[in-house]
Design a protein around this ligand. Sequence first.
Ligand SMILES: Cc1cc2nc3c(=O)[nH]c(=O)nc-3n(C[C@H](O)[C@H](O)[C@H](O)COP(=O)(O)O)c2cc1C
Length: 294
Amino acid sequence: MEYSKSVIELIKARISVRNYQTLSLPIETKKQIEDYILKQEQVTTVLGSKLRFRLLEDIEVKENGKIGTYGSISGGRYFIIGAAKNNDQRAALVDYGYVLEKIVLFLTDWGLGSCWLGLFEKSAFMQKFPLEKDEQTPAVCVFGFSKEKGIIEKQIRNFSRADKRLPWNNLFFRDTFDSPMSDHLCPEYQLPLEMLRLAPSAVNNQPWRVILIDNKFHFYMKNKMLFSFLGQFFLEHNLQFVDMGIALSHFELTANEMGLKGKWIFEKDPPSDKDSKKLVYIISWIILSSKNIS
Ligand SMILES: Cc1cc2nc3c(=O)[nH]c(=O)nc-3n(C[C@H](O)[C@H](O)[C@H](O)COP(=O)(O)O)c2cc1C
């Protein structure tokens, strides 16, 4: 088992934490986290990228000691940073999200709070974690012991619509993109899809769209045209591809925990119809379990 608790419990428990106690991590906890992230460098990624990760501590940042982000992170002392390399830069972003989210859930398993940060002061981090040729670091994760939710955090959660997720019929489809799927129409995979729906995403954008055709779930990214300052930032930095990787990990971890057999395959000619033109194809999951999908 990947974690000591059920991954479904961990996914439900995880929320973005922006307020931390300045307490140090016990040495043993830090070591366990470092061992885990080292192991993650060896995992087979969905799209074949090469990844490396590091735990960093006490980054010196400008901006009055605040970590540069749309949310004011207070008290955050610990970070996981990583780098991804792939000839296909977008594939690197997907894989980065896929693996770093596994690490985020590991931190949740240890009772620690965390938050993905797409807006961060890169130079401060790069001093301690220099990038090699062709590597990219689209986001980092701040973590530590959570403090009770402060007023600023409440406002940010409000602003980023954090407690809201799109309904099933906006995200999941069956056979064609004009037939939305509701949760009772896919009982076997209800939980993997529901856990995907709870995934974090940059500015809570939820770009994931999934269509089930025969024995394959096809995963697409909805390329949202956003005109707000932050939206534009996230679009330009392609954080939506990172969001896709996060969603793939929630789906796969839940399916694995439930004993649902399947694997990722890249379709050269993915299904498309008039509505899929607005979507970017990412990957498909082929169902290998003996039970037929009802
Ligand atoms: C790739 C990515 C980048 C993010 N960047 C930031 C950030 O820079 N600052 C911040 O406060 N939150 C950031 N978040 C957290 C999202 O705002 C948060 O996940 C979303 O609002 C959903 O809330 P939840 O994580 O509590 O479920 C980011 C999340 C993801 C997945």
